[in-house]
Design a protein. Sequence first.
Length: 135
Amino acid sequence: MTTATARTTATVTTSPIDWFEIPIRDIDRAQKFYEFLLAAPLRRESIGGKALAVFGGGEGGAGGCLMAGPGVPAPSADGTLVYLNATPSLDAVLARVADAGGRIVTPKVQLPGDMGCFAHVADSEGNRVGLHAAT
């Protein structure tokens, strides 16, 4: 194992984020929203009577999904805020928000140094979701 591999493994195993679920009511509408917004496909699954649309994840990174079904909390603009990767360009993703059926809640904010930038959007279901990118 190289030093870089050891560092990557250590980072992944100590990350506080492992999995996230974004509650939704309409799986088709929400999946269409996120696929258009992020220009990436989501994989449909079903677990325990719940419908999921799973985000593709990088090797060893956190994973997550959209989830609808019995016992799933109501979508909300309040509560935990999940930031999705808007690489390579936050501006390009923000340009698709309205056409995807959402709205920009917090316009692009440049973070200090090389931390990148972020924005908040309201998705098609009413959830507030963060977007982050290097530029």
